[in-house]
Write a protein that binds this ligand. Structure first.
Ligand SMILES: Nc1nc2c(ncn2[C@@H]2O[C@H](COP(=O)(O)OP(=O)(O)OP(=O)(O)O)[C@@H](O)[C@H]2O)c(=O)[nH]1
Ligand SMILES: [Mg+2]
Length: 569
């Protein structure tokens, strides 16, 4: 039993008339099932061919007993359902022409809505395999960084060499991917079909064909068009990837929680959408010439499928999101101030939180996008003030906003924190671009106001010389998350910031030297110090940081008229 997909049919149609194509297929396969995509392609080709054959005519003349009716627009899985119920076939295989692989198609049940969900999943799975699948064995990669001098993609605050290094770092983050060669290639117009001008393109073509050690090419551009990818892949005979694809794969690889997995699945959809549009929207060769009528209908079906999937994923995410909102409300009730730690990927966010909280669950790594899940960790400042640190996903330059959009809900939630702590990597040669990237991304996502409650620090100063340190932006605290350098000053800054942005206040009480009140204060507030009153040993002078509600409770419980608070120190 063979189920023929669009691509294989398209390939056969590419070389002959419709009637002949059908004959070839019938001879080749004992049972022939052509799905809706084939139908559309076939019809489109038929109306454009010099010899016209109505599809129904062809079918009725067909000798094969096993060609299923095309009257209904089947997707692969609804066809498999027909096969299962009418032909008692329990499994079938799908042949994909593009990646030359054969894989099983799950058979759907009888329930209609379940069927359509399974259909969607199966069809979507095809797109993923076609546009996003990478081999598990890894790749030996040639990284090409286009040298762009003008236009929106020109290098701003960075250099082509640094950009090349970052693209290589992305490649190396993927398991079993190795950079075997890297080069910078000049281009006048990176938007053209071949990305590079004819001279450089020919040199690349010659070199790549001669190299047997290279199994894939990565172009250090945020996003290539479908047409560009097709053109380069055809010319070079190797898979070609852009930075979006790399980041997407890293995200897929690092996503652990259900939430992160859903977000990555959501981030994948715009990528697939753009690839489908590029192929069927009239920009690419092949099917583009048949745009109109049936092909438009097919495009519309696909658009709706992607939309359905997007809505479904967003709903599932929303469920998790509301769960997190409840946690946030609880946090507010418990009055523990929050600090969201943000920054460029690999800047040291997780390392710093681990150092400040000693939370063993945190696992900092020398990888790009090691953290994809928002997580919270409670630490205590020198003043005994409890703080919840929120670890977040790192940013990267040229990150397509569609990719980040998938993480927006979680980030927005995290960034509702009382303070945003921006970790800059002082040791990175690209630190200026990194800082601007973080600022732009935050203000793009959450508005300019977000930056107002932000504290910034330079991390990794143990890796730079004193001279380099003196050239950093003055007025920004320098720390080392690994060595603990600057932690005292950081603690003070956080405390001051939190006192300004939350309802917490510093108070000094004179209380009787009995266990009861002090115990209560230890439970409800952060006790900085509790010392005997030098004037009267029967009393204690207690310095606390206390929230407004807790202060209200203190007054109601332990003071009759006015609070016996001493003036703030
Ligand atoms: N020498 C030195 N290395 C540091 C310092 N802070 C972090 N690192 C290292 O930098 C690498 C990245 O640290 P992470 O804490 O995972 O960075 P991150 O910002 O959480 O990265 P993502 O989760 O990928 O966004 C790790 O190898 C850390 O050991 C520092 O102050 N000094
Ligand atoms: Mg991290």
């Amino acid at each position: 039993m063979i189920l023929i997909g669009k691509s294989i049919f398209q390939n056969i149609l590419g070389n002959c008339q419709c009637k002949e194509a059908l004959c070839i297929l019938q001879k080749r396969y004992s049972v022939l099932v052509l799905n809706a995509h084939c139908k559309h392609l076939f019809t489109a080709r038929n109306t454009h061919s010099s010899r016209r054959y109505p599809v129904s005519n062809l079918l009725s003349k067909s000798k094969s007993q096993h060609v299923l009716s095309w009257r209904k627009c089947y997707t692969n899985s609804s066809l498999t359902n027909v096969l299962r119920t009418q032909h008692e076939v329990s499994t079938t295989q799908f042949i994909s022409w593009r990646n030359q692989s054969t894989y099983r198609v799950p058979l759907s049940g009888d329930d209609d809505s379940k069927n359509s969900e399974v259909e969607d999943e199966t069809e979507y799975g095809e797109y993923v395999r076609e546009f996003c699948a990478i081999p598990g064995v890894g790749h030996r990669v040639l990284v090409i960084q286009p040298d762009i001098k003008t236009g929106l993609r020109r290098y701003f605050l960075t250099t082509r060499e640094l950009k090349l290094e970052e693209t290589c770092a992305l490649v190396k983050t993927l398991p079993n991917w190795k950079v075997v060669e890297k080069r910078i290639v000049r281009t006048e117009n990176e938007n053209c079909k071949e990305v590079f001008g004819s001279g450089n393109f020919d040199i690349l073509l010659r070199d790549i064909r001669a190299k047997r050690t290279v199994s894939a090419v990565v172009i250090g551009i945020d996003r290539l068009t479908g047409l560009q990818i097709n053109t380069l892949q055809t010319a070079w005979g190797l898979p070609v990837y852009d930075r979006y694809m790399l980041v997407l794969q890293i995200f897929k690889d690092h996503a652990q929680s259900p939430e992160a997995k859903l977000q990555v699945a959501l981030a994948e959809i715009p990528y697939i959408r753009s690839r489908l549009v590029m192929i069927h929207g009239g920009f690419d060769g092949g099917v583009a010439q048949f745009v109109g009528g049936q092909t438009e209908m097919l495009m519309e079906q696909r658009r709706q499928l992607l939309q359905r999937r997007e809505v479904k994923l967003k709903k599932e995410l929303e469920k998790l999101h509301s769960k997190r909102q409840t946690i946030r409300q609880m946090r507010v009730r418990n009055s523990i101030p929050t600090v969201a730690v943000v920054g460029y990927t690999n800047a040291g966010k997780t390392t710093l939180i681990k150092a400040l909280t000693e939370d063993p669950s945190l696992d900092p790594q020398n990888h790009l996008f090691a953290t994809l899940d928002v997580s919270t960790h409670v630490g205590v400042l020198a003043s005994s003030m409890k703080v919840t640190y929120i670890d977040t996903v790192g940013f990267i330059s040229d990150m397509p906003i569609t990719l980040l959009d998938a993480f927006r809900a979680t980030l927005e939630d995290a960034l509702m924190a009382d303070i945003i702590l921006h970790i800059r990597d002082a040791s990175h040669p690209d630190r200026k671009l990194q800082v601007v990237t973080v600022h732009n991304t935050l203000s793009k996502m959450l508005g300019e106001d977000t930056l107002q409650n932000m504290i910034e620090v330079y991390n990794k100063v143990d890796l730079i010389s004193e001279e380099e340190a003196s050239q950093l932006d003055p007025g920004i605290l320098q720390i080392s998350a690994v060595k603990g350098q600057g932690f005292a000053e950081l603690g003070v800054m956080l405390e001051e910031g939190l006192l300004a942005t939350t309802d917490h206040m510093k108070k000094t009480f004179r209380i009787p030297n009995k266990e009861g009140i002090l115990k209560w204060l230890y439970q409800e507030a952060a006790v900085e110090s509790a010392l005997p009153d030098p004037k009267d040993g029967q009393f204690l002078i207690v310095r606390v940081i206390i929230s407004k509600p807790a202060y209200g409770k203190f007054q109601a419980r332990f003071t009759r008229k006015k609070p016996s608070a001493l003036p703030n120190v």
